[in-house]
Design a binder for this molecule. Structure first.
Ligand SMILES: O=C(O)CCC(=O)C(=O)O
Ligand SMILES: [Fe+2]
Length: 204
């Protein structure tokens, strides 16, 4: 496993996540299928999303927020599988953020055409906790900049098994996915699966 310091508060662990986590994530998308949510402005997102854990991130005409129940079914989101939570906690600790206890895992399913525009993850109260992002399947060109829009950015590939942690000075860094690299993955086909683990409420 290679650990790369991408920038202040940004650490990339190459090929850290293994099959146990992938299988757990596949069970989550089976139980609660990803769907293309609507932005507050009324556009359909190109990434299909679902969640696991006590809270899940949603967007619709009423805005972005965390909710305990899937709006499609009224049921709680699937529980966060232990191997997923453990990986997130261990990666956060290895990146300098001990005690990370994720409350939400947003599951993003990309196809070849999907992208995610530059944004900040700012719907969480707890800004001391990092964001932990795990990628499987097709590679993505990921871009991350500073805490204001339009500054210098850097881009790199997120490949199968990669775990990216951003927090501290990078907690509110603008980031997004420029594009998915074409290909075919043995388990995911022409898709990319990304898991982002978040602490929503302040832990202490
Ligand atoms: O798919 C990715 O690598 C990034 C996902 C992301 O930024 C998000 O879900 O907020
Ligand atoms: Fe994000």
């Amino acid at each position: 496993m290679t650990r790369l310091a991408v920038g202040p508060g940004i650490t990339l662990f190459k090929a850290l996540a293994g099959d146990e986590v992938l299988l757990a994530a596949l069970a989550v998308i089976e139980a609660c299928p990803p769907r293309r949510m609507m932005t507050p402005g009324g556009k359909s997102m190109s990434v299909a999303m679902t969640n696991c854990g006590p809270l899940g991130w949603v967007t619709d005409r009423d805005g972005y927020r965390y909710v305990a129940e899937d709006p499609l079914t009224g049921e709680p989101w699937p529980a966060m599988p232990a191997p997923m939570a453990l990986l997130a906690t261990e990666a956060a600790a290895a990146a300098g953020f001990p005690g990370f206890a994720p409350e939400a895992c947003l599951v993003n399913l990309y196809d070849i055409e999907s992208r995610m525009g530059a944004h900040q993850d700012r719907d969480e109260q707890d800004r001391a906790a990092p964001i932990v992002s795990v990628s499987f399947g097709l590679a993505a060109r990921f871009r991350i900049g500073g805490t204001s829009r339009g500054g210098m950015t850097r881009s790199f590939l997120l490949e199968h098994g990669d775990v990216l942690v951003f927090g501290g000075p990078a907690r509110l860094a603008y980031h997004g996915v420029d594009r998915i690299l074409p290909g075919r993955h043995s388990a995911l086909g022409e898709r990319r699966l990304n898991l982002t683990f978040r602490r929503v409420n302040e832990a202490r």
